[in-house]
Design a protein around this ligand. Structure first.
Ligand code: ADP
Ligand SMILES: Nc1ccn([C@@H]2O[C@H](COP(=O)(O)O)[C@@H](O)[C@H]2O)c(=O)n1
Ligand code: MG
Length: 448
């Protein structure tokens, strides 16, 4: 596919993400599990909520959602309210853990859930509830999220925020008097009667289950940065293969990593770029061919960058038929199909769709939709790339769960200009030598 520079289509991505427009449901396929759970526990006022908000802000990723265990407090009845000072809000029984588990289960199954809003002043739920869409990463924070094994086991990253108890008490007094409608005496009494004993009985012992302990909570920028990086990596790289069983990354060897280093280096000469790109493309094509059940093959190469993959393809499969698709897109205005030339019997063939870089996935979605409209069964399409951005993989796999993607590397992400990071520059220009060199250092691939 050939296209102009485009901005990331966060909206488009989000659509595929939601239950209603999930490609999987259209095709009556079982939903893919795509949760990466992060549990953040710690004593009251240790900074759990603050740390999670920092993580979410720094991630700037729509695929991450925060759920507070507080939302699952059991609302107090009238009698309990009259004796609220005798109520232990720090005991595990104060939470409706069954409801929490069923909400997590629904999210895991790709269903949106309505999460209650808990009012610390009235000790009851209040409107409006929050609609939470299923997301790749669900961060669950609360004093006891590492206590119950059923909740803990949903989390594949367990974090304990460890803040000095004097600091926590001081913060709790300040917060609860300012925000939760308490006076100092209430806070001190509750702390001595329930908060401290429950911390020692239930919360502190759950620290041993943590993978990461964050001393000093939100003051610990290094720990927060590391967690953000880790989530980025998990989101962006090979964990996608677990999320989408139809994504295949060719086995990484030192040779392959060396070739990637060379083709990503702006100083690599055109000759070397073509040589190593061809070698890598051949490996991807060979791998893609391994997924074909029949000897009969139909190839579509997008006009422009995709043509750069034809040489390697012809070297692997002599006499293969080549079709062309040209898709153009500028800015956020979507993609237009400019040109296509495909064999008339394409509906009865297997198709290798070639594009060196899968970025936002907008062009790929357009091309695949066009193939489907021609009658090509989704499961007959194998989409081959040299590098793929996680955003593109999500966009394509969620809409077309039956096709296969074969790539040699999954990169970290897209930047704000929809360029793959780290990427490898404008592939077509570097391959065909059409780059005038004016933007050699800064160039990154546009959505191909
Ligand atoms: N590093 C920090 N420095 C100063 N105040 C903080 C820090 N972290 C949190 N706070 C404040 O302390 C209070 C408790 O923090 P919060 O994140 O609500 O803790 P938790 O969710 O663990 O109870 C809040 O008023 C918050 O603004
Ligand atoms: N009605 C309520 C409910 C809970 N609490 C206290 O909140 C603490 C948990 O929230 P954090 O943000 O501090 O983790 C817990 O220690 C309860 O004592 C409350 O006071 N009133
Ligand atoms: Mg909190």
């Amino acid at each position: 596919m050939d296209s102009g520079t485009v901005a990331a289509s966060a909206n488009g991505f989000h659509d595929h993400f939601s239950l209603q427009s999930n490609g999987g449901s259209e095709h009556n396929l079982p939903k893919q599990p795509f949760i990466i759970g992060k549990g953040v526990a710690g004593g009251t006022a240790s900074g759990k909520t603050t740390v999670c908000n920092m993580i979410i802000t720094q991630l700037r990723d729509q695929r991450v959602v925060l759920i507070n265990q507080d939302s699952f407090y059991r609302p107090l009845g009238d009698e309990q309210l009259e004796k609220v000072h005798e109520y232990n809000f720090d005991h595990p029984d104060a939470f409706n853990t069954e409801l929490l588990l069923s909400c997590m289960e629904m999210l895991k199954n790709g269903q949106a859930v309505s999460i209650p809003y808990y009012d610390f002043k009235s000790h009851r739920m209040s409107e409006p509830a929050r609609l939470v869409n299923p997301s790749d990463v669900i961060i669950l924070e609360g004093i006891l999220v590492l206590h119950d094994p059923r909740v803990r086991d949903l989390m594949n990253m367990k974090i304990f925020v460890d803040t000095d108890s004097d600091v926590r008490l001081a913060r709790r007094i300040q917060r609860d008097t300012l925000e939760r409608g308490r006076n100092i005496q209430n806070v001190l009494d509750q702390y001595a009667t329930f908060v401290k004993p429950s911390f020692e009985e239930f919360i502190l012992p759950s620290k041993k289950h943590a993978d990461i302990i964050i001393p000093r909570g939100a003051d610990n920028d290094v720990a927060v940065d590391l967690i953000v990086q880790h989530i980025h990596t998990k989101l962006g790289q090979h964990d996608l293969c677990k999320i989408y069983p139809n994504v295949f990354v060719i086995h990484s060897t030192f040779q392959i990593r060396g070739m990637h280093t060379l083709i990503r280096d702006v100083k690599t000469t055109k000759h070397d770029f073509v040589f190593y790109a061809d070698r890598l493309i051949r490996l991807v094509v060979e791998h893609g061919l391994g997924h074909l059940p029949f000897t009969e093959k139909q190839i579509i190469t997008p006009t422009g960058n995709g043509e750069s993959m034809e040489n390697a393809l012809r070297a692997c499969c002599k006499g293969i038929k080549i079709g062309k698709i040209l898709i153009h897109g500028e800015g956020k205005n979507g993609r237009q199909l400019i040109y296509e030339r495909l064999p008339t019997d394409i509906a009865s063939r297997h198709v290798l769709l070639l594009d060196p870089v899968l970025a936002s996935g907008n062009s790929a979605v357009k091309a695949i939709s066009m193939l489907l409209s021609k009658g090509v069964p989704e499961s007959n399409i194998i989409f081959l790339n040299l590098i793929a951005a996680p955003e593109g993989i999500h966009a394509v796999c969620k809409k077309f769960p039956r096709l296969k993607i074969v790539t040699s590397e999954i990169d970290i992400s897209l930047n704000k200009n929809s360029r793959v990071v780290p990427g490898m520059g404008e592939f077509g220009d570097r391959y065909f030598g059409t780059d005038d060199g004016s933007d050699t250092v800064n160039h990154q691939p546009s959505e191909q």
